[in-house]
Every structure is written in structure tokens, then in C-alpha cells.
Design a protein around this ligand. Sequence first.
Ligand SMILES: Nc1ncnc2c1ncn2[C@@H]1O[C@H](COP(=O)(O)OP(=O)(O)O)[C@@H](O)[C@H]1O
Ligand SMILES: CC(=O)N[C@@H](CCC(=O)OP(=O)(O)O)C(=O)O
Length: 290
Amino acid sequence: MQDLIHKASILHEALPYIRRFHGRTFVIKYGGHAMTEPSLRDSFARDVTLMKLVGLQPIVVHGGGPQIDEMLGSLGVVSERIDGLRVTDERTMDVVEMVLGGRVNQEIVTLINNHGGRAVGLSGKDDAFLRGERVTEMRTKSGKVVDPGRVGRIVEVKTRILEHLVAGGFIPVVAPVAVDAEGRSLNVNADTVAGAIAAATKAEKLVLMTDIAGVKDESGNVASSMSADHVRSLIDTGVISGGMIPKVQCALDAIAVGVKKCHVIDGRMQHAALLELFTDRGIGTEITAG
Ligand SMILES: Nc1ncnc2c1ncn2[C@@H]1O[C@H](COP(=O)(O)OP(=O)(O)O)[C@@H](O)[C@H]1O
Ligand SMILES: CC(=O)N[C@@H](CCC(=O)OP(=O)(O)O)C(=O)O
């Protein structure tokens, strides 16, 4: 009985949000670190399925950095990151595509389908919907300029395939591999892809699920809200580093082109996405333009 009352009170709090968000697009980035715990994977799949069921339009973009590391490790390939981005030679690109487009994508699709959703997996190579170009220069911490290989940035998101899937009742699950003008694969950070898709689909919210409670400020505490200027100064001073850089950067880019809200949340929490979307207090860190 107590449990029922608890659930009813949650539903009562969620109803205004369900009404307000009906038909709106939500881009959920599911990070490689957030997806390691099996019980939380189920919680994530249930949340996404429930969102669709109540009339929201979720689009999932997944990462898989740790899963790529594991596969590269087992093949004896060493890979290096600069500012959270993996230096990607041809051989590494093959592994990235195999792990992201093959294993991780299909695991998430199956997970959502097992919870009653209708997920369809695709990468940016399907209908060439994520067009990218190569990043040709990156600066290491020591100031050396290097060519990171097959690392890409997004130049165009052709939203048609996503719109068709969403309208057909499906949940698109996107692997962050883009295609260049010659039809070759590019390794794009999953946060960057999620931000670009959120911008192109004019999403209501971009939710970045990771393995930390939110973005930490100079005092080491997770901030509930952080302005663009504050974010930039924390990058400059090194307080925001590594994999957090592409996250906050894509949040800022998405806000600049009209995405209403961007949140960095803890994907290791049960029902993290629902708590963020359907409660007054929300969770994690909201990145704001102001
Ligand atoms: N200021 C910061 N606040 C929070 N996390 C930070 C910060 N700076 C760096 N990080 C690191 O960024 C990590 C998240 O990025 P990443 O490992 O790439 O996650 P994901 O796999 O979810 O994309 C955190 O686990 C943390 O170690
Ligand atoms: C260029 C680049 O760094 N690409 C990432 C793509 C996967 C990713 O972004 O995964 P997470 O979200 O789990 O970190 C990589 O190779 O790891």
C-alpha cells in the first residue's frame, strides 16, 4: 500500500510535465561509463520506453568509450586521448566502428525492445544522416600540434530518417559514427553527436547521462546550474577536464542554437532520466546560456 501511495505521488508530480512535453523531442546521451551496471541498464531502458509511451519523443545517442578501450586493449592497441577525444588511426577506426555500431548499439536496441519499446539502431552512415569532416589539428597539453586521424566534427545532421522513425513510433538509437564527403567513417565524440542532433531536431532538452553526479566547480562541489561564462573559465583553469569538456561544450553549442535546456546527470542513479524530466527539483547540473 505504501508503495502504491509513493508511486501515485510520483505520478501526480509528473503529470504536468507529461502534458507540457507531449510530442516534444528529447535527446538522451547514454555514456559508456553509465551503461556498465546491468541493473541500471534496465532502469535506463524502462525510462526511455516510458517516455515514448506517455507521448514524448526520445532519441538515444550512445557512447562506448570504455567498451572501445577494452576491445583495443585485448587487441594490444594503445590509444591516446586529447581533451577527451580519442586519437583515431585507421585500425582504431575499424575497432571503434565495430564496437559502437555493432556491439554497443545492438545491445541498447535489444535492451529497450526487451522492455517493450520499439528501438531501431543506426549510425550516421545510415542515409548518410550525420555528415562530418575530419579534425586535422589538435593541441596536446605540452603544446604539440597533432593530427588526430579519423576524428570528426559534425557539419550537417539530415533529420529526415530520425523524423520518419519517430513518427513511425520507433525510438532511434544512434551510434556516433559520421561519414565524410568520400563516404569514409569518422569517429565523433558521442556528446558532440547528441548536441548536434538536439540542435537539428530543435529538441526540448539534451540530457547527458554520465558517471558523475554533475559538473563540479572550483570548490569541488557539483553545481546545480552553471552559466556559459563559468563553464569557459572552468575549462581554462583545468577544473573541467577530459571527457567533461566535450559534454559542456556541446551543451553550450546546443543552447546557442535554441535547445531549451541541457543537463549533465548521473546515469548510475535508478531512473535518472525520469527524475530529471518529471520532477520539480531535477538532478545534476543544468548548463545555461546566461
Ligand atoms: N569539473 C568536472 N566535473 C565533473 N566531472 C569532471 C570534471 N572534469 C573532469 N571530469 C571527468 O569527466 C568524466 C565524465 O566524462 P567521460 O568519462 O567521458 O564520461 P562518458 O563516458 O559518460 O561520456 C567524469 O567521470 C570525471 O572524471
Ligand atoms: C572522438 C572520440 O573520442 N570518440 C569516442 C566515441 C565514443 C564516446 O564518445 O563514448 P563515451 O560517451 O562513452 O565517452 C571514442 O572513441 O571513445
